[in-house]
Design a protein around this ligand. Structure first.
Ligand code: ADP
Ligand code: MG
Length: 333
């Protein structure tokens, strides 16, 4: 199939609010009056961000989901995205699944695929696959939720649960190493795998938190490292109550230090972590029920003594808390 037929067949879809989509040298779209355009880019590399043999439908979904998660973290409404691919010689079924998974999520959030680029990958099996999506959203001018707004005394909140995706990845790696999984591990993986392969971007929640959250980001590389970005940008510290961390049942049942390690240093959760004034608690509980996403208060913002630091406390144990000092998130280099 030629590059052009491939684009036409799999990556040209009707748009709902784009002036000019796929087919010209560039796309045209308008941002609503009184709004700013929010732009984010996320690249997924085979072998680094996903197993090359992952279900193509899930991969298409995730490639867009991680970008929508970044838009959500700014409080933005998704509008459109471009898709750049370094594509090995894949078959029609793979392409149909990949674009199907991606477009299902795109249509759900009314986010138009407006363009992209398609090149042949260097390696001609799926190990050579590279996917880059740039997503565009909009926010009322000045209303985006930045990392820099956390104030001393604010609560720290997180959506959903943490650590499930990292636990699933650990089990999959163990399985792939040939070590084998116990029946209990296999059962856990069955439940948690979805967290890793089909993350749910908190798009509606992110927008609902505009004007409520003082600072926000999405948790993609582990809460410990990610929250530190907020603390540095806001020049504050925070104390997290480790006992309050919301964990999936299959992670909760591990020993406390392992569970916390998955929750705090594992990646791929794509939950929103934000700070908010303590006077907003009732409102936040209402938002949680309205959008159907659980919100958990996990700590407080405190003054930065020396430099922005993440502290932990636990009523269960003090020696574990010592082990946790210095835990960071995932870092590519
Ligand atoms: P050019 O050579 O001018 O950059 P291309 O031949 O690369 O244009 O692309 C032709 C059209 O197809 C453009 O509108 C481009 O945005 C779109 N396109 C290319 N690859 C993709 C893709 N993977 N997904 C969506 N649109 C794509
Ligand atoms: Mg091109």
């Amino acid at each position: 199939m030629s590059e052009f037929n491939l684009i036409k067949q799999y990556f040209t879809h009707p748009t709902t609010h784009t002036d000019l989509g796929v087919g010209d040298d560039a796309a045209l779209f308008r941002v609503a009056e009184g709004h700013q355009c929010v732009v984010t880019s996320d690249m997924l590399v085979a072998g680094r961000h996903f197993f090359a043999d992952v279900d193509a439908r899930f991969l298409g979904h995730k490639a867009l989901a991680v970008n929508l998660s970044d838009l959500a973290a700014m409080g933005a409404k998704p509008r459109g995205f471009t898709l750049a691919l370094a594509l090995p010689a894949v078959n029609a079924a793979w392409l149909a699944d990949f674009s199907g998974g991606m477009m299902d999520l795109a249509r759900f959030w009314d986010c138009d695929l407006i363009g992209g680029d398609t090149t042949r990958a260097v390696s001609d099996n799926l190990d050579g696959l590279v996917i880059n999506i740039t997503a565009f959203g909009e926010v009322p001018t000045g209303a985006a939720v930045l990392r820099s707004g956390a104030a001393v005394g604010d609560d720290v909140w997180v959506s959903g649960t943490l650590g499930g995706a990292a636990r699933a990845l650990a089990l999959m790696l163990q399985h792939r190493s040939g070590e084998g999984l116990s029946a209990a591990d296999e059962a856990d993986l069955k439940v948690l795998r979805e967290k890793l392969e089909q993350p749910v971007p908190r798009v509606e929640l992110g927008q609902a938190l505009r004007g409520v959250a003082s600072a926000m980001l999405d948790v993609s590389d582990g809460l410990a490292g990610d929250l530190l970005h907020v603390l540095k940008a806001s020049n504050v510290s925070a104390v997290l109550d480790a006992d309050a961390l919301p964990l999936p049942e299959n992670v909760q049942q591990l020993d406390a230090l392992s569970a916390w390690r998955y929750a705090l240093t594992g990646g791929d959760d794509y939950e929103l972590c934000f700070t908010a004034n303590a006077a907003r608690r009732d409102e936040l509980n209402q938002i949680a029920s309205r959008v159907g996403v659980p919100l958990t208060r996990i700590g407080e913002v405190i003054e930065a003594a020396d430099k922005p630091t993440l502290h932990y406390r636990s009523a269960k144990t003090t020696h574990l808390v010592k082990d946790m000092a210095g835990w960071g998130g995932y870092n590519h280099f």
